[in-house]
Design a protein around this ligand. Structure first.
Ligand code: NAG
Ligand code: NAG
Ligand code: NAG
Length: 472
């Protein structure tokens, strides 16, 4: 571009020319900022082609653009390695990730990544799911082998892609809390700054899960997640294997990659589900309370009475049961129109993430689950700009008091049960407990919630569901 601006003798016409050239340059610069892979995109994407030449003619500019995008995912020595050798890995307590700005060929259903390199021939194995510290959860996650080798030893490409691959596992699904903490937020952290210019490759492919989260995936990549289970070999200019993780339902602005907060993630969700744009139907006068109803464990034993009470106190009540909770798009829209979300500690409370700023989340804490309640939902709710209320049940509100009796260690001495280990705790408190809410105490809490809602800054909450939905 510099070539065009040879110094002309100053005159009105040439000055105008110069201005045009300068503004063109600015336009080009802005455009290339938005689409770092413009020239890759112009190469033929996605075609069956055994000719290896195309992937290695990657223009230096593109390689540098890729290095700089990947570089945001590491700091210090790791970033240095990426700049110099085009490859680096990061391991910590929670997750592992490898980044390649060198061309890669992905085969074996996504679980083998061949990295083009001239000299070194080492290999390593990455499990692309962000729960490294939990062996039980990591069990179904297929490791991805990363092999380094020269072009002569790599399998030929069946498909050549012009944007980098991001490989992650969909083996661990079915619990919204883990799906958001360990896949969805990490995908956002890892991919948002690529501005759609990447392709997802899923291992341990779960088509239903991909379908469920398509609203979000489509907002991070301009291509649907690739399925390599047919044994084909796909070639990319670079890759990310495994996703960056911060914390339980959390984004940390000072962690790597810098600058992403929960606020931005919630905005991203709203955009993914078109919340606040479409489907505005009516404005209701009454505050809307959404009750997350579980039907297996930790369920409300007097749910109908709770609903009646909330209605008497002036709330419009929506019940969201297991069927609703599985329809993420509907749920996102519903929850984003609610003033208060009520539920027993459990994955359903993850939906607090869709509440509007200033709304109230009321967590019912069963016996023995204080730590998880605080760390999984209370602390994250603060970063979401929500108000948090807690209804901690008393012993006689737990079904465990009837099963074991008030004097049993399960009730009287939970610490002794915790000493027996995770599985016992899980069987007793997590999977073995239902709650019967004390309506007098619950009334006080709902009144407190109503006060918060009345004084809340929530304005302009749009209602996304028709009255039909209220019968759910
Ligand atoms: C956020 O990340 C920084 C840098 O890694 C770390 O020092 C800090 O403790 C983190 N904050 C939280 C709340 O985890
Ligand atoms: C819970 O709800 C799901 C989905 O509606 C249903 O398939 C299941 O049978 C229900 N379980 C119980 C114990 O009612
Ligand atoms: C449960 O215990 C509380 C005190 O801990 C008591 O006030 C309440 O009446 C009890 N409820 C029932 C149903 O026994």
């Amino acid at each position: 571009m510099g070539k065009e601006s040879k110094r002309p003798v100053l005159g009105a016409a040439s000055m105008a020319c110069l201005l045009v050239v300068v503004s063109l340059c600015i336009v080009v610069l802005l455009a290339s900022k938005d689409s770092p892979f413009l020239s890759w995109r112009n190469q033929i994407p996605n075609r069956r082609d055994d000719n290896d030449a195309r992937e290695v003619d990657g223009v230096t500019e593109d390689r540098d653009a890729l290095k700089s995008l990947l570089g945001r995912l590491v700091i210090g020595e790791e970033r240095n390695q990426l700049q110099v050798g085009g490859f680096t890995c990061h391991f910590d307590q929670h997750f592992e990730t490898c980044l390649s700005a060198n061309p890669v060929r992905i085969s074996n259903g996504g679980s083998t990544v061949h990295v083009l390199s001239d000299g070194s021939k080492f290999e390593r194995s990455i499990r692309p799911y962000a729960r490294r510290d939990d062996e039980r959860m990591m069990k179904p996650v297929t490791p991805v082998q990363i092999l380094h080798g020269d072009a002569a030893n790599l399998p030929p490409c069946d498909f050549v892609h012009s944007t980098p691959a991001v490989i992650f596992s969909t083996a661990v699904t079915g619990n919204a809390f883990h799906e958001f903490s360990e896949i969805i937020i990490p995908l956002f952290l890892t991919c948002q700054h690529f501005r759609l210019q990447l392709k997802f490759v899923t291992t341990d492919r779960n088509a239903l899960w991909i379908q469920k989260y398509s609203g979000i995936l489509n907002r991070l990549s301009d291509h649907e997640a690739l399925n390599l289970d047919d044994g084909s070999v796909h070639c990319f200019p670079g890759a990310v294997v495994g996703l960056r993780y911060h914390d339980n339902l959390a984004l940390n602005t000072s962690d790597v990659p810098a600058g992403y907060s929960m606020r931005e993630f919630r905005q991203f969700l709203r955009e993914s589900y078109d919340v606040k744009i479409k489907n505005e139907l009516e404005k209701l006068q009454k505050p809307v309370l959404i009750l997350i109803c579980r039907n297996h464990t930790r369920k409300f034993l007097n749910e109908d009475a709770m609903v009646k009470l909330a209605q008497e106190l002036g709330f419009q009540v929506v019940r969201a049961g297991p069927d609703t909770v599985s329809n993420l798009e509907l749920l996102a829209k519903m929850v984003s129109s609610c003033n208060i979300l009520v539920g027993v500690h459990g994955a359903g409370l993850t939906n607090e993430i869709f509440l509007p700023d200033g709304a109230v989340v009321l967590q019912v804490v069963p016996l023995g689950l204080d730590w998880a309640s605080t760390n999984y939902f209370q602390i994250p709710s603060t970063a979401m700009d929500l108000r948090y209320l807690e209804y901690k049940i008393e012993a006689n509100e737990s079904s465990l008091s009837e099963v074991y009796g008030m004097d049993d260690p399960v009730i009287a001495d939970p610490a002794s049960i915790f000493a027996k280990g995770y599985q016992t705790v899980r069987d007793v408190y997590v999977d073995g407990q239902n709650v019967k809410i004390n309506l007098d105490r619950f009334k006080d809490m709902l009144e407190e919630a109503m006060r918060l809602v009345r004084h809340s800054a929530i304005k302009d909450v749009k209602i996304y569901f028709t009255t039909a939905v209220y019968s759910l």
